[in-house]
Unconditional design. Sequence first.
Length: 211
Amino acid sequence: MKIILLGPPGAGKGTQAELLAERYGIPTISTGNMIRAEVREGTPLGQKTKQYIDEGQLVPDEIIMAIVESRLAKPDCEGGFILDGIPRTIPQAQALDEMDLGDYVVLNISVADEEILNRLGGRRVCGKCGATYHVTFNPPKTEGVCNTCGDALIIRPDDAKETIQKRLEVYHAQTEPLVSYYEKAGKLINILSEGSVEETTAAIQTALEVK
């Protein structure tokens, strides 16, 4: 089972990736984890990557895709894998296809922008102990106060409305075109995710069984 996960920030890709990895016994591969591993191990690719990061520059596609190729060649990927966060652009998708991955499917977890703003914008974090809450789905017993330590809850910069809107703009401009790319290739499975995690999981399982 080889799966590429697409979807906007806050769509729940990470959660679904964990569930799929457990179900099929295959690794979840994310860009961030791959890059950190290469840098930590001090590989030639890791050293090049660290140089760009230290200089505050974006890591070029050719280096990112070389890291992906190196990771997919490891023994734990022989039975399949889940790609989360890669590809982000059409050139990255084309580079993946040049690697000859074999048969794979693309799960596009679709969520409306308004729902994303509600999910991410409602998140609150304890500034002291790090406990996480949500004003709608997991509210604290006392508004604005952590259940565990009693400290004040804060809105992280990443969860500010303006930041979320910017992330969505970047997604629509750079990553959303991948939906059409994979649809034309006959690889795409659309999953509407506006219910619970369990409902989304069930929809994914049904779609994969049909596929």
